[in-house]
Design a protein around this ligand. Sequence first.
Ligand SMILES: Cc1ncc(COP(=O)(O)O)c(C=O)c1O
Length: 479
Amino acid sequence: MQHEKFSGTDHLYMQVAQGLEKMISDEVLLIGDKLPSVRVLSEENGISMGTAFQAYYHLEAKGLIESRPKSGYYVRFNHRKYPALPKMVPADALSHEVSVKEMIASLYSDIASAKVINFALAVPDLSLLPVGKIQKSAVHALKHTKDHCIGYEHTQGNPELRKQIARLCFNWGGKTKPDEVVITNGCLEAITLCLQAVTQHGDTVAVESPCYFGIYQAIENLGLKVVEISSDPVTGADLACLEKTIARFPIKACVCIPNFNNPVGSCIPDENKKQLVALITKHNIPLIEDDIYGELYFGKNRPRTCKYYDTKGLVMHCSSLSKSLTPGYRVGWAIPGKFIDEVKQVKRIHNISSASLTQATMAHFLQHGRYEYHLKNLRKALHTQSLRYIQAVIDHFPPDSKVSRPQGGFVLWIELNRKVDTFRLRTEAMKHHISIMPGRIFSVSPNYSNCIRLSFGKPFNSDMEYGIMMLGKLIKKMV
Ligand SMILES: Cc1ncc(COP(=O)(O)O)c(C=O)c1O
């Protein structure tokens, strides 16, 4: 038995935990820092491994540190400093014509210039992607596919890729068969095809609010109307609001982003997903589920999907590899349940099939088990980045700013003082070569004009810190 250095009546683990807690609150240990291994902590403090574990469990329970699978313990929060969460904004219970295209086009004109410190685009930084391995898969696909990927692919998509997508569904408990999958040009095409399959011009759809602006653009393009559903920044779509909406309006489809919603980062608890699916099933309304961020979870387990709870084929599951692997390859998919024939038909009418080469490349990459390994690293990096960005926002933004706490994905949602018009903030920020997404584009109502979305897809560095500091200065000038 090891001799333990501490003495006194306090439990030893508490003394060690309090020491670490002080180092966190004094910012000797920063958010995202790795803590010593249990063995090192035990040796350094002259305590047993069991006592060292207890100290970490205690801090973990307080939310100050977290264990990451196969990696150890990390500082999670200095909770004394953590700002409040953004509030749920009640939806206006009105049916809206959608007209967002112009506003979004105006933002896209200069967003991605190399000179810009880019907080606007929700993409993972290239340095986080396994470029070399993807290249190898591309070369393999070019050399070894029977027609060297010159010919048209099937409308439904490359059979090996569909098999691999079906395998990926195991991660959320899905028992999908390859012939239930339709490959698309990214997730947005999958959503568009699903909407087209179940609605007609002039129909009304229910959409979680706030919601990714690309979905509003697709809805506008199809001539659909929208009723927004209130959404909690932590637990997502408000089911009571959805139920009332279904009772009042002739809803032809619902659209939601259940896992790590863009922009608020909410995640619908699995139990609520079950209730959501029961509700749409009772009313026989298709649910288009955008699960593009589902694999990018920071916790121990992948959240389930709504599709998991679907017994009637009403959930139309959509996703892609754009946020986790190859944004530019445009490889996505739909698992549209009982509407598969309709989705295949609109896909054929729309663009015959998706590109052969990128599908064969992704099939090879996934087949060789490279995706899981990459995802593990990506999740770790994004989690650390999220904490670093949050810390910078805490340091530089006015103290009344409310900040989301995403448990996955890579966007932060920040609610600023009511006096701040974030469209104006965005114009001012661009003068300093800093791009952000103003909250207004994530809704058809003006509810979020004092909110911004900040992407933390890029590793945190001094440029990012400067960008956040400048934003903080501009915001302070506006209030
Ligand atoms: C929630 C959500 N869905 C869909 C998309 C578009 O995905 P893709 O590039 O695969 O079409 C995005 C991109 O930002 C997104 O955030």
